[in-house]
Design a protein around this ligand. Structure first.
Ligand code: UDP
Ligand code: MN
Length: 366
């Protein structure tokens, strides 16, 4: 910018035929260009320390270039090279009502907003359709199917609860009933973390693809062992005599291939869901395609969200119904999401703070 300003003013001076000044201008411009170019080659990947008051900190990397691609920009194919292919990814997400649900679905939905040709099957472990969840799903603009598929009560009382199984079974039924025989199936839990590159990788699955999942068990990773481009075994800290000791997020299945098996199922067998499912599709070792650069990259993380009890907030009904102030609307909304509860007689008293002083709602509103 500075360089351009100089260039313009120098050009005006040539018109004025002020030769000496022009030479000076060129000299200064030269110095400016030299400085900016050496600065820009220097400002990448340079760690530096800062001292802010008594704290010390290190700035590890800075990049001031905005090179983002818009979601629907054609150049987006850089991330998902196969976006132009017609292959649809059926992304199956089991979910269940608890206070973190809306937060998890928001994060996952905003990841999936970047993925073309995707159909999101969200199966909620609940008796009836949750309109709030559906409102949330609609907002993303992603093609989706919202299912309510409660776990049979019988399994809830078991020592090891088969989490998310009823939901995945419901999604498998939906795929079967809708005669979906092309595309790729992937099981992505609502609390996991997905690298966008995962989608371009699994989209080309011919039979079954596999890849590492970060943060699993005592090895902190579950991955196939690959040599010569072939899967030779598995590295998973909980073998449990499983033929396929992999995580639910560690594989994708081509639907054409899956349709060749007639007994595809995921039994209610906690800990053995992946193994039994992969057995039911008749998987053979030689069918497995290693992805993520021969299983050397982590493109999915089995993150888990800490589950805390919803707190109870004591607030008078007057304050709660007062629509001149935002608080009532906000707290009522959080109550309907199951994030927190409101009570008139119990819980932490609602107070408003200003200038470091906290006041009861009553005195605030009066
Ligand atoms: N899930 C469910 N019903 C439950 C518990 C869990 O549908 O009662 C879902 C949950 O939303 C997640 C998946 O099943 O998508 C796996 O559950 P969770 O994340 O609790 O288990 P993890 O494997 O991480 O221990
Ligand atoms: Mn989980």
């Amino acid at each position: 910018m500075l360089v351009r300003m100089f260039y313009t003013s120098c050009r005006n001076m040539t018109r004025a035929k002020n030769f000496a000044l022009l030479v000076l201008c060129l000299l200064i411009a030269g110095i400016l260009i030299f400085n900016t170019s050496s600065a820009s080659s220097d400002d990448t990947n340079k760690e530096y320390s800062m001292v802010a008051e008594n704290d010390s900190m290190v700035v590890c990397f800075e990049n001031f270039d905005d090179t983002r691609k818009l979601i629907f920009d054609a150049g987006y194919n850089d991330v998902d090279q196969d976006a132009s292919s017609d292959t649809v990814i059926y992304f199956v997400t089991p979910t269940y009502p608890r206070r973190e649900q809306a937060a998890e679905i928001t994060r996952l939905g905003q990841t999936l907003m970047h993925v073309p040709n995707l159909h999101w099957i969200v199966a909620d472990d609940t008796e009836s359709c949750n309109p709030f969840l559906n409102q949330l799903l609609k907002k993303f603009g992603i093609p989706y199917t919202h299912i309510a598929s409660p776990m049979p009560v019988f399994y809830r009382t078991r020592k090891l609860v088969p989490r998310g199984v009823a939901n995945r079974r419901a999604a498998l039924s939906w795929i079967r009933n809708n005669n979906k025989k092309t595309g790729v199936l992937y099981f992505g839990d609502d609390d996991n973390t997905f690298d966008l590159k995962l989608f371009s990788e699994i989209r080309t699955t011919k039979k079954v693809s596999m890849f590492p999942v970060g943060l699993i068990g005592d090895y902190a990773v579950s991955t196939p062992i690959v040599s010569n481009g072939k899967v030779q075994g598995f590295f998973d800290s909980w073998p449990a005599k499983r033929k396929w000791p992999v995580d639910m997020a560690g594989f994708a299945v081509n639907l054409e291939y899956m349709a060749l098996s007639s007994n595809v199922t995921m039994p209610y067998k906690a800990g053995y869901e992946e193994d039994e499912f992969l057995k039911s599709i008749g998987l053979k070792m030689q069918d497995i395609e290693p992805k993520a650069n021969n299983c050397t990259e982590i493109l999915v993380w089995h993150t888990q969200t800490k589950n805390n009890k919803p707190p109870k907030i004591r607030i008078s009904s007057g304050a709660l119904q007062n629509d001149k102030v935002n608080l009532g609307t906000l707290l009522r909304q959080l109550e309907s999401m199951g994030v927190s509860h409101i009570s008139q007689s119990e819980g932490t008293a609602a107070q408003i703070t200003k200038d470091g002083k906290s006041k009861s709602l009553l005195s605030w509103f009066s």
